[in-house]
Design a protein around this ligand. Structure first.
Ligand code: SAM
Length: 186
């Protein structure tokens, strides 16, 4: 494993509450991780049947047994048949995509799900200005992007009639104000 990736895999779990994500992944899940980055979650999820990670920066050569990586744009990828997956992860992707595409991406994804599918969204949703400033600064340093956070309260009201909200909560680690939304298609 390349040096930078090794460091990333060690440091990211210090600020990302991975356990909260794992709680909602069913056993023998068939997982589509959109905006998967370096595929960190493959090191933490146990007992999944197969996993596909999609990311603009994915490296398809890092495939391994039941793990596959696809280099693609999140919105374009939704044109594929997603029926082979039952668990969809969108972890810290939304604030990296252009504001105009955020809702389009999420709504298209929700429309593509079949009954019983689980969608776990984790994003940063700072409730106070200092945390918002810190999180934006962090993302600027890490990705050289000026990011914009989606208003998840508004989003939830928008989707209430399309999908069941199983859970939604904040979990703060240090200066990182994480927001979780767990959805199940009925
Ligand atoms: C903060 S990282 C999160 C990575 C991973 N989900 C994790 O939690 O470790 C955000 C990722 O979104 C990816 N990304 C940004 N815009 C994207 C897009 N339009 N389509 C696919 N991936 C995108 C970036 O390449 C980056 O790897």
């Amino acid at each position: 494993m390349e040096f930078y990736k090794k460091i990333y895999f060690k440091l990211r779990p210090l600020i990302l509450p991975i356990d909260k994500i794992l709680e909602y992944i069913p056993p023998r899940a068939t997982i589509l991780d959109i905006g998967c980055g370096k595929g960190l979650l493959t090191k933490h999820i146990k007992n999944f049947e197969y996993y596909t990670g999609v990311d603009l920066a994915a490296n398809p050569r890092e495939a391994d047994n039941n793990i596959k990586f696809v280099k693609d744009d999140c919105l374009t990828y939704l044109n594929n048949d997603l029926s082979n997956y039952n668990t969809f992860l969108v972890i810290d992707l939304i604030h990296h995509i252009p504001v105009k595409q955020q809702l389009i991406f999420l709504k298209t994804l929700i429309n593509s799900l079949k009954s019983g599918d689980i969608l776990i969204i984790k994003d940063i949703n700072p409730r106070n200005l200092i945390l918002k400033f810190w999180n934006s600064f962090h993302d600027f340093v890490m990705s050289r992007q000026i990011i914009r956070y989606l208003d998840f309260n508004k989003f939830e009201k928008n989707i209430e009639d399309k999908i069941k909200i199983l859970d939604h909560f904040h979990s703060r680690i240090l200066l990182y104000d994480h927001y979780f939304l767990v959805l199940k298609k009925s």
